[in-house]
Design a protein around this ligand. Sequence first.
Ligand SMILES: NC(=O)c1ccc[n+]([C@@H]2O[C@H](COP(=O)([O-])OP(=O)(O)OC[C@H]3O[C@@H](n4cnc5c(N)ncnc54)[C@H](O)[C@@H]3O)[C@@H](O)[C@H]2O)c1
Length: 372
Amino acid sequence: MSPIRLGVIGLRGMGGGHVRAVSKHPDARLLAVAEIDASLAETVAGRHDARAYTDYRRMLEEQPLDGVIIATPHVLHAPMTLNALDAGMHVLIEKPIAMRVSEGDRMVHRAEERGLILAVGHNYRTFPGNLMLKRLIDEGQVGPLYRVHWQWLENRPDSYYQRDRWRCTWRQAGGGVLMNQTSHDLDLLCWLVGKPVEVSAMIGNYAHTHEVEDTVVATIRFQTGAYATLQLSTCGSSLNSRHLWGEQGEIVFRDTRNANVHIPEHFQIGRYRTSFHETIRTDPNIAGQPDISWEDIDCSGLEHPSLLDSFINAVRGKGRPVTDGVSALQTLELINAIILSGVRKRVVTLPIDRDDYDAVFEDLCRGNYALK
Ligand SMILES: NC(=O)c1ccc[n+]([C@@H]2O[C@H](COP(=O)([O-])OP(=O)(O)OC[C@H]3O[C@@H](n4cnc5c(N)ncnc54)[C@H](O)[C@@H]3O)[C@@H](O)[C@H]2O)c1
């Protein structure tokens, strides 16, 4: 079978990784790259025997591509994806799918209309720890989930943001810690627990000089009836901590080295001898605790196709991408709902009103809501 012909748009950060992955992949061929930094475009193209463009639209017009991978600032996700789909190309767009759910709706709809694959770069779903967490939950090893506490903390000084100004603004990034860092966590949360239906949140900028939020505290109710509490911040020493409680047990996942960890330092499942409902109903001890047996979880051997493998397979009609547009849109809607709740200071139910969010977003871009 001939290799899938791909182009990559945006090369500096994540795009560089995509170029390397495509060029090494036996079932893909890198035909072209597009990047506004002409010298970077030439260097990367030269290294991989590809054609360089500074205008991605010319690349879409001139190159016989099956698909494109887009790794540009968030403001460009929707227009670039729509243009690529209109040119008949499959798309792997970096996370988040877009900045506003109204844009995401259009992207998902256009891909469906044209019968093209829309995959999104939520690669944390391929990490061994997260795959094991998903397996334990899906196998019902702790029973139906009813509560989750999730923290993602990692210090990002102003110097990090000064390097890439686009990350600092509502207009170009669509948000701060929610869009940039923890869209992965919110994606995992929806993947593990299901559809969010109600959100209450506080968002703020605790310590940074930029305008977008650096700290979020939120509560979420899911369609299953489960509740989650979240603390997300780029002010704090590294901590990736998740505690999930089900009817039959609980899972602790914790790491202090790096908040984007693949295999956590501490990963345990605790199984209850009797279910929660039974303990609550029958334990004669007025301070009775569940009787738990703990086990360490080893997730080191878990293998999963990469995002690129799954994208190529999906383009060939063999399976679905790891994260498709529809599920990434659910994650984006949750992010938008958290921002809406934080700004309006009220409980928000999902689906959110698209026009309402677009209006709030425009106000945020104009500086009409101060987060300090
Ligand atoms: N999946 C992950 O773990 C992960 C990690 C980092 C970043 N990301 C995502 O990747 C995307 C890019 O982030 P980054 O950190 O690589 O940013 P970056 O600023 O390092 O790179 C963006 C690149 O896009 C280029 N660009 C800007 N406008 C362009 C245009 N009109 N045409 C062509 N190129 C253009 C820039 O010149 C730059 O080279 C974002 O969506 C980000 O959230 C994902």
